[in-house]
Write a protein that binds this ligand. Structure first.
Ligand SMILES: [Zn+2]
Length: 572
């Protein structure tokens, strides 16, 4: 029942837990573990030269595409791009978060980890105790409030759902305070757990009073807080636990710990706006339903949403606020390459109402064919403008094209004609211009320039050569592997393209002297092409001959063995 998040995307979450494992202990573990042993305990490895190969578990693999390098202690799949070190493999394979994977790796090689921050660990345990006990207290209180029970039955929430989602009732403030005192919890601990607060006059009070309570769990099934709905017409219809180290509503999703297995199995996640929607959808068999905690969907939700690569259905209100929220979320998800669509609920209905009215086939239809994200966004943008006015039409085109430019290349291209027909313009008016290539996979159709790759690999392995090399070369000199070079210069050494390069045995790593010798012909052919370019240009004769003479001079110095600092002629 454990479930992790991508550690590179979600460093914050990791730092919260991993400060408990002593970093130097993790370092020792890293030196101790052998990636071949670790991966070999999950997959059948076959020796292949200095490396090992296996059927990749991260895509539908038929040939062994996953390569494991004992010398570099990394793995890389040449088909799907998955890869990293031994701990990354455990995270991906077992769906664990970073500290959990570290613990698993330690188990696998009988290594005893050291833990730090015992006080922190104790506090965390206290918080967990308080939340668990209070949750029990709230659920046992539900029967004692006829009003709460009436509300739930009115909304059509049955007993089995009440138990599954541990719905409870928070009584009056003093009763909760008494309960905590009886259990000997200190005030400070209760405040840290987010269940007690102090008002302006300095009086303590329970955060959840006279509310139906919904415990909120982290993705790995640990209780982290509550949501509470008033049944006494309190002006705040819903309240959540205050933001804290363990409760961060901007990345949590309500119901995720219950939906997780269904999301993984069915490759689908339904994101709603309310707790009751989630509960009622589960009641109707839509077990992949989760909800944001009263916040808009943001980038911080992405690690959790994209885990297991499910198709996403945004299940939002059909009113103007709901449509706008859906637009923002659809834009965010599509620009991160997430697949899915939007299902809007018209007529003031929400998913919970529809389940209650037993409109299950209608729900199935809505969730079965949501409006695809990009289509939804383009229609939304077109709908904002009065397209009968030429100026407004131009603005619509600009906004829509700017949005398309945020998408991966091929996807953006395939929506050009749809945009043109939405705006009733000719398709060639939709200009998407230069866009970043899709960074996940190889973008040059397998064509490799060995010299370029060797230079990049050399710099990757010998970072101290980067400065010297950058004095004499420029990214613009690279014809094929500009992406790899840019990634290297951006310091994105974990990127799959660079990892793949490390694993390619046919790409040589130069010694410093060899590098200089390799750069010289590389530079010469670049400057010779510059001469050709300038010859063909429409410059005046004098300018042409000046530039050509200058470049000839550079080439002559290169031939003599001198490395000439990079000079750009591209402005000419
Ligand atoms: Zn793969």
């Amino acid at each position: 029942m454990r479930f992790g998040v991508n550690y590179s995307k979600d460093k914050l979450r990791v730092s919260i837990i991993s400060d408990m494992i002593d970093p130097s202990s993790i370092e020792t573990l890293r030196q101790r573990i052998d990636i071949v042993d670790i991966i070999g305990s999950y997959l059948e490895l076959k020796r292949s030269g200095a490396n090992y190969k296996a059927i990749c578990p991260f895509h539908n693999d038929t040939t062994p595409s996953l390569h494991v390098s004992p010398s570099k202690q990394i793995y890389h799949c040449f088909a799907c791009g998955a890869g990293g070190d031994a701990i990354k493999f455990i995270m991906e394979y077992e769906k664990l978060n970073y500290p959990e994977a570290v613990e698993k790796a330690a188990d696998l090689c009988n290594f005893t980890l050291a833990y730090t921050n015992i006080k922190d660990a104790e506090n965390r345990k206290k918080t967990k105790d308080i939340l668990e006990q209070l949750n029990l207290f709230f659920t046992q209180n539900l029967d004692k409030s006829p009003q709460a029970a009436a509300y739930l039955s009115e909304r059509g929430i049955g007993q089995s759902l009440i138990q599954k989602f541990e719905i409870g009732y928070a009584p009056q403030s003093h009763m909760t305070m008494n309960f905590l005192k009886q259990r000997f919890f200190a005030l400070k601990e209760a405040i840290e757990a987010g269940v007690i607060s102090i008002n302006d006059r300095g009086d303590e009070y329970a955060v959840f009073t006279e509310r139906i309570t919904f415990p909120i769990y982290s993705s790995n099934g640990r209780i982290v807080g509550f949501g509470g709905r008033t049944i006494t017409n309190h002006p705040a219809k819903y309240v959540n636990s205050p933001q804290s180290k363990i409760f961060n509503k901007s990345w949590l999703l309500y119901g995720y710990h219950i939906a997780r297995d269904f999301i993984m199995r069915n490759k689908k996640i339904i994101i709603c706006e309310g707790y009751l929607d989630v509960i009622m959808l589960h009641q109707a068999g839509f077990n992949e339903a989760v909800a944001t905690l009263g916040t808009a969907l943001t980038e911080k939700h992405l690690p959790l949403i994209t885990r297991g690569a499910p198709k996403v259905v945004l299940s939002y209100d059909g009113d103007s606020a709901g449509v706008e929220a859906a637009f923002k979320a659809a834009k965010l998800l599509s620009s991160h390459g997430v697949e899915g669509g939007v299902a809007l609920f018209a007529g003031g209905m929400d998913p919970a109402d529809m389940v209650q009215k037993e409109l299950i086939s209608e729900l199935n239809a809505l969730y079965g064919s949501p409006k695809e994200f990009v289509e939804f966004c383009l229609e939304y943008i077109a709908g904002k403008y009065n397209l009968k006015n030429a100026h407004e039409k131009q603005k619509a085109l600009e906004e829509a094209a700017a949005y398309l430019r945020t998408l991966p290349n091929t996807i953006a291209e395939s929506y050009k004609s749809m945009l043109a027909s939405l705006l009733n313009i000719k398709p060639n008016l939709v200009v998407l211009g230069m866009k970043k290539p899709l960074r996940q996979n190889d973008t040059h159709n397998g064509f490799e320039d060995i010299l370029e790759l060797s230079i990049i690999k050399t710099l990757l392995v010998n970072p101290h050569l980067v400065d010297m090399t950058l004095d004499i070369i420029d990214v613009s000199m690279f014809k094929v592997h500009t992406e790899e070079l840019s990634l290297l210069l951006e310091g994105q050494k974990e990127h799959s393209l660079l990892r793949k390069l490390l694993m390619l045995d046919n790409i040589h790593i130069y010694e410093e002297k060899e590098l200089v010798n390799a750069l010289r012909p590389f530079l010469m052919s670049f400057y010779e092409e510059e001469i050709e370019r300038i010859k063909k240009s429409s410059f005046e004769f004098e300018k042409k001959s000046f530039l050509i003479r200058k470049i000839h001079d550079i080439i002559a110095r290169l031939k003599k063995g001198e490395l000439v600092p990079y000079e750009s002629f591209s402005a000419f």
